[in-house]
Ligand binder design. Structure first.
Ligand SMILES: O=C(CO)COP(=O)(O)O
Length: 257
């Protein structure tokens, strides 16, 4: 069994392609006050679109809120029109970068191999990847959930040693639960999270498996957050739609605290 480590919960808001810079600044102004009283109990992360990173970096100075990017390229620089590199994001104050989100896998040709390359770039630039995995509805109905998630985790972590992996964040996001209002039950989430932790123990060791934080994502809302976050292997949430409203996101953060 993985060592029972005390893992600090991590709740991240993935804003996807939403919020102009003025809107982003307004949302953060509201959020700052709402999460100020939480202290150290929960780590709170915001992943706005690239263009809002620099203004939010300035606006968040001194606030207990971390910044994440939603993606990055694996090369540090070069002729890759439209791409953004990991060192550029580190310089803007990002602590995390989301890699392998299912929308990138579905719509932008992301593969386990490119997820791994991006995660390496994130680590090399001194940031932490939030690595997303999750099965489609067809895969779940074909009883392929655990093999699919296992393949994605193995692929993303290929070549990393235990010391790196222990600091990583994984996000289990069943594709059928994203943006659909249809969330996994807490038992479904716990089953996959425990399977991921078991895999980490087999790939590395119990200590490492016990330290990795695994978020759940997919229609997390204020009214289901406490139940999901109460599961022993659910260490936080990666929140899409509900992170766009300060009150809803703050309520989810409080449910984790
Ligand atoms: O994709 C997600 C977070 O990365 C989840 O999105 P929703 O919370 O909108 O379902």
């Amino acid at each position: 069994m993985a060592a029972a480590a005390r893992r600090r919960k991590i709740v991240a808001g993935n804003w996807k392609m939403n919020k102009t810079v003025p809107e982003a600044l307004g949302l953060v102004r509201e959020l700052r006050g709402m999460v100020a009283s939480l202290g150290d109990t929960v780590e709170v992360v915001l992943a706005p679109p690239f263009v809002a990173l620099q203004p939010l970096h300035i606006a968040l100075e001194g606030a207990p809120l971390q910044l994440a990017a939603q993606n990055c390229h694996w090369e540090a620089s070069g002729a890759f029109t439209g791409e953004v590199s990991a060192p550029m994001l580190a310089e803007l104050g990002c602590a995390y970068v989301i890699v392998g989100h299912s929308e990138r896998r579905q719509f932008f040709g992301e593969t386990d191999e490119t997820v791994n390359k991006r995660a390496r770039a994130v680590r090399a630039a001194g940031m932490t990847p939030i690595i997303c995995v999750g099965e489609t509805l067809a895969e779940r109905e074909a009883n392929q959930t655990l093999p699919v998630v296992e393949r994605q985790v193995r692929g993303a972590l290929a070549g990393f040693d235990a010391k790196d992996v222990a600091t990583f964040v994984l996000a289990y996001e069943p594709v059928w639960a994203i943006g659909t209002g249809r969330t996994a039950t807490s038992a479904q989430a716990q089953e996959v999270h425990a399977a991921i932790r078991g895999l980490l123990e087999r790939l590395y060791d119990g200590e490492t498996a016990g330290r990795v934080r695994i978020q759940y994502g997919g229609s997390v809302k204020p009214d289901n957050a406490a139940e999901l976050l109460g599961q022993p292997d659910v260490d936080g949430a990666l929140v899409g739609g509900a992170s766009l409203k300060a009150g809803d996101f703050a309520a989810i953060v409080k449910a984790a605290g």
